[in-house]
Design a protein around this ligand. Structure first.
Ligand code: 13P
Ligand code: SF4
Length: 335
């Protein structure tokens, strides 16, 4: 092992990624494609990734699509261009495969908002309730969950629970409140949220809508209720993309992470997409966790097969059933 690699491996836990200088003249697209073939690796990327990562990925999708793809892949190595909970889900579905995440510190504020040891106590107060958790949670939280869901299938998952059964919904209070509205069910909500979807400025969006009366305002259900009330369409990332493609409208104000606009624009090159502005001086809204992945980190992860997702056996044994149930419900619903 070279000294640089030995040093980088030692500091992996602290840094989260392999800190090795990449030759700036290297054609990373060519190198990554070579590594994919050599190692029979698949790159799965979320729509919130940088455009160049989306372009080199074998599959781009939302959280549901990515877990369905992870469940069916024949590849030996899964490289996850997304965040930690997504790579953990892929590992739970493929315990014997190598799952790489280019930067282990690509976390999620929503997953962090629900520490499993505190949730366990909360759950004890509702012993007869079914626990439905948004997939944006840690692998350990999944061990305390009956059925997982994503924003694409959450409605079907809630509806799959018998009407006389109480439901705890964790960790996203915004998606939870939205589901209460859509399904008419009372849910016991955990008080968590996503930093990216809660930062949108109501005032700036209102002004944008007045300046662009022709634009359709679309939002992800992780946004707060006051924004969702204004939205003309609410859906997961893949549903939002499909909506913009199929809609007769030609202009959209988009309230979710701005990485999604790359795919919207690719599918509908002549339409206009305006990122909904956040409550700060920026014009669009990036997830700092998603954006920790870079082409250099992706290349290094594939070359050295590090950093790898590792989960304890008991977590895989107790946490995977809720993902399997979610996949079954999605299949039945034709998703
Ligand atoms: P979906 O991929 O289900 O739309 O969720 C968005 C998100 O916040 C992923 O982290
Ligand atoms: Fe987590 Fe929000 Fe980033 Fe998605 S956008 S990874 S929910 S912090």
């Amino acid at each position: 092992m070279s000294t640089a690699l030995a040093e980088a491996t030692k500091s992996l836990t602290r840094r989260g990624y392999l800190d090795i200088e990449v030759d700036p003249t290297l054609d990373l697209i060519e190198e990554i494609n070579k590594l994919k073939k050599e190692k029979n690796a698949i790159i799965l990327a979320h729509y919130y990734q940088e455009a160049e990562i989306q372009e080199i990925a074998d599959y781009i999708g939302d959280s549901l699509g990515l877990s369905q793809k992870a469940a069916e892949t024949e590849a030996d190595i899964i490289v996850f261009a997304g965040v930690h909970f997504m790579a953990e889900t892929a590992k739970m579905l493929n315990p014997h495969k190598k799952v790489l995440l280019p930067d282990l510190k690509a976390g999620c504020s929503l997953a962090d908002s629900c520490p499993p040891h505190i949730f366990k106590k909360f759950k004890e107060k509702y012993p007869d309730h079914v626990v439905v958790s948004y997939i944006n949670c840690t692998a350990e939280l999944k061990t305390l969950t009956d059925i997982c869901c994503t924003s694409s299938n959450a409605k079907y998952v809630i509806e799959s629970v018998p009407k006389d059964k109480g439901i705890i919904f964790a960790p996203d209070r915004n998606l939870g409140a939205y589901l209460e509205k859509v399904t008419g069910r009372d849910l016991v909500l955990w008080n968590g949220s996503c930093m990216v979807h809660e930062i949108f400025s109501h005032e700036k969006i209102t002004k944008l809508m007045m300046r662009h009366p022709e634009a359709v305002f679309i939002a992800h259900p992780e946004c707060e209720a006051h924004l969702l009330e204004k939205a003309q369409f609410i859906g997961s990332t893949s549903q939002m993309i499909r909506y913009t493609e199929e809609s007769e409208a030609t202009s959209f104000i988009v309230a979710t992470e701005s990485g999604i606009i790359h795919e919207m624009q690719r599918r509908s090159p002549s339409k206009t997409f305006i990122p909904a502005p956040p409550n700060n001086t920026c014009a669009c809204n990036d997830c700092p966790h998603m954006k920790r992945n870079t082409m250099e980190k992706l290349y290094l992860a594939m070359k050295y097969e590090l950093p790898e997702i590792e989960l304890e056996d008991w977590v895989i044994e107790q946490g995977t059933a809720c993902i399997d149930r979610m996949l079954e419900i999605s299949k039945k619903a034709g998703l």
